[in-house]
Design a protein around this ligand. Sequence first.
Ligand code: CA
Length: 237
Amino acid sequence: MTTPADYRPHRVLIIEDEAGLVDSIQYALESEQFETVVADDGRAGLEAARLHRPDVVLLDLMLPGMSGLDVCRQIRTFSDVPIIMLTAKDSEADKVTGLELGADDYMTKPFSMRELVARVRAQIRRSGRTGVFAETNEVLRGGPIELDIDAHIVRVNGEEVDLRPKEFELLESLMRRKNRLSARHTLIDEVWGPSYFGDTKTLDVHIKRLRQKVEPDSGDPRHIVTVRGLGYKFVDE
Ligand code: CA
């Protein structure tokens, strides 16, 4: 059953290295109230598919490093999210391989944005759900902190705490790597996107605010600890 608190826009993960095309796709989808997440190579795409739990993945076949087919195969090991392959080649062989590896649809460049949006909608309708993990109501726990992903609620010792969207995403990134290092660049990629070239102090400012909101004593953090020169670590104690 859907209540307003559970509602979130459909999220599309775009794994594509062609910046101009990404811009057009983002613009087209966001004009239709979709939320977008962008990754410009396969590895970042896989991370984003785990972290952001998209409703549809648009996956370029020709990516630097890991190929789109490999990315597709790997996504299928942990998710049945609909995947639409994007390719410059109109070759039957690629099409068949992509579909065999678990892609749900296939589009050959250049395609119209109207067509793309229609295909994305069709996949969402067909999958008949509001997100791959939407019904599991995933809750991350660590120390006194509880992060209810789908309801987008944070509790500390059972008390609801108000976080800004970036603070929430940052805490989620940290907690998904509980007791492991979260490297600075990884956090920046996940929270601000791989194309973020702003001030890296932004991360520290957000960490500071987060500590003030969730740590018992923000001057002596026990859960969001600094790993000098490398990043941060969420410690579950
Ligand atoms: Ca490409």
